[in-house]
Write a protein that binds this ligand. Structure first.
Ligand code: NAD
Length: 513
């Protein structure tokens, strides 16, 4: 019996659960509970109790649980990939990427946690704290609520639970109601690997369940749309609990005149169509310098037409799978129709094919401009608008002409020029001669600017956000009284001022000469 059949068999009574369908066939493949706010509060309370013991374990002991999890993940990779493909509709290769990401996340955060959580000695030059020994320490926040989207049921949900757990927190994960089954499989992983009870829990449900998570946890790690991100931030603000928001994008790719065009086309196609274009870091608009526009487009068009799409099966069956979220089909079609109405030409695709399941043909658009939705709003589908620009300066202006600022990419040969351009992009993440690869580099912080988010995941910053900082100072040689103590002694302040003047004032200036 498969996991989702089990869920169906043991699931809630009809009418109280959420049905999960296979986007490639339309068949219902599972049903999960629609968890109430009260049940979420109870789960968080259990997590709070379990977290104390988890936090007391040292990082090596937590790493041992992660090692078991990693081995379980790899041993069950076929089952996990089947489930991701079944509930999300993506190509199997894209499901494999999620599994590889989580296996390496287990290994990476287990190894890094000790160093990232270590105490830091602090020195101060202030005359008021002379002789104090000072340090900062990291304390887990408690219960972290991870709320995930549907485009990566493992990577953008469980993937963020791993560093939170490594930092000593318990996690309550609320996966997307579109793709909750993979997260439940991870709950099974925790059970079968003997993880302490309730340290990792999954609560399934829709927006109301997500709201209940935000209402009860100590930190919110949210991945989803900018619209929902604002609601999460507002509620977290009311509660004064911190949140980290990984939101939407309209990622641009710039092809410079000195680019290797074969590479440019490979990166473009991968960036635009992997995961069916349903990635926050999908390349959603391309700007090509005029001298290479025709050659690039000829090659791109040829390669675009070779892309296969349809119902995913095993490895090698299809490049582009289904459209996961039903309302997204209408958004994709609307962006294509709007562009065509305003003068764009469709060089490939452009429609929803006939047949069962939800699909959109890989679509290439040219003669586009920033008056069109396809250049300004997140499409989140297998479509790609390409625009000719006079030079890199025009490309830069257009890249930055966006409310989003997640990722931007450059293809070019002159690295100095490419880097100079990269640093002028208003995006939290820039790749040169690549697209999307930063996500796999767990040591590299990744987060959106502007309406693409708040905070980062990955890197030291993306890990330490799951901790509170405590600063401790010790006066190891306490005197009867300090210089700055009531009753005030004018001579002490004259001394302090002479000292400060020598350190930072005229004395310093004289020495500098
Ligand atoms: P969504 O915002 O509709 O939903 C995301 C999650 O939030 C779901 O689990 C949903 O049930 C929950 N939710 C809904 N209302 C809520 C509320 N009021 N309070 C708390 N939780 C609530 O997003 P989606 O459609 O599932 O995902 C697609 C979006 O995610 C795209 O915009 C995409 O760019 C973005 N995304 C961003 C990243 C990133 O790292 N920046 C990664 C993947 C996806």
């Amino acid at each position: 019996m498969t996991q989702n059949q089990a869920l169906r068999a043991d699931g809630p009574p009809a009418g109280t659960g959420i049905a999960v369908d296979n986007p490639a066939t339309g068949a219902v493949v599972g049903e999960v509970p629609d968890t109430s706010a009260e049940e979420v509060a109870q789960a968080v309370e259990r997590a709070r109790r379990a977290q104390r013991g988890w936090a007391e374990l040292d990082t090596r002991a937590r790493a041992a649980f992660f090692a078991r999890g990693r081995r379980w993940l790899l041993a069950h990779r076929e089952e996990i990939a089947d489930l991701i493909v079944e509930e999300n509709g993506k190509a199997r290769e894209d499901a494999v990427v999620e599994i590889v990401y989580c296996a390496s996340a287990f290994a990476y955060w287990a190894k890094q946690a000790r160093g990232l959580l270590a105490r830091t000695r602090i020195r101060s030059l202030s005359p008021f704290v002379l002789g104090r020994s000072m340090y900062t320490r990291r304390v887990p926040r408690g219960v972290v609520g991870v709320i995930g989207p549907w485009n990566n049921p493992l990577l953008n949900s469980f993937g963020d639970a791993v560093p939170a757990l490594a930092a000593g927190n318990a996690v309550v994960l609320k996966p997307s109601e579109q793709t909750p089954l993979t997260a439940l499989l991870m709950e099974r992983m925790a059970r079968e690997c003997g993880w302490p009870k309730d340290v990792f829990q999954v609560v399934t449900g829709a927006g109301a369940t997500g709201r209940a998570v935000v209402d009860t946890v100590d930190f919110v790690m949210f991945t989803g749309s900018t619209r929902t991100g604002r609601l999460v931030a507002a509620r977290a603000g009311e509660r004064l609990v911190p949140c980290s928001l990984e939101l939407g994008g309209k990622d641009a790719l710039v092809v410079l005149a000195d680019a290797n065009l074969e590479r440019a086309v490979s990166v473009t196609i991968q960036g635009a169509l992997s995961n069916g274009g349903q990635m926050c870091t999908s390349v959603e608009r391309v700007y090509v310098e005029e001298p290479v526009y025709d050659a690039y487009l000829t090659l791109l068009r040829e390669r675009f037409r070779q892309v296969t799409s349809g119902r995913p099966a095993g490895l090698g069956s299809v490049d582009v799978g289904a459209v996961t979220f039903p309302p997204q089909l209408a958004v994709i079609q609307d962006h294509v129709d709007d562009a065509v109405r305003k003068g764009a030409r469709v060089l490939a695709g452009g429609h929803t094919p006939e047949g069962p399941g939800r699909f959109f043909e890989p679509t290439l658009l040219v003669d586009v401009d920033h008056g069109m939705k396809c250049m300004r709003e997140e499409t989140f589908g297998p479509t790609l608008p390409v625009m000719k620009v006079a030079d890199a300066e025009e490309a830069l202006r257009l890249v930055n002409d966006s409310t989003y600022g997640l990722q931007a990419s450059i293809i070019g040969s002159d690295m100095k020029r490419a880097r100079r351009l990269a640093e002028r992009f208003e995006a939290g993440c820039v790749t040169i001669n690549d697209a999307q690869t930063n996500y796999m580099a767990l040591g590299l912080p990744m987060g959106g600017w502007k309406e693409s988010g708040l905070g980062v995941r990955h890197g030291a910053e993306g890990f330490r956000k799951y901790t509170r900082l405590q600063a401790i100072s010790t006066n190891r040689f306490p005197m009867r009284r300090d210089m700055h103590m009531i009753p005030y002694e004018p001579s002490a302040y004259r001394f302090v001022l002479r000292l400060v003047d020598a350190m930072y004032g005229t004395g310093l200036r004289r020495r500098a000469k």
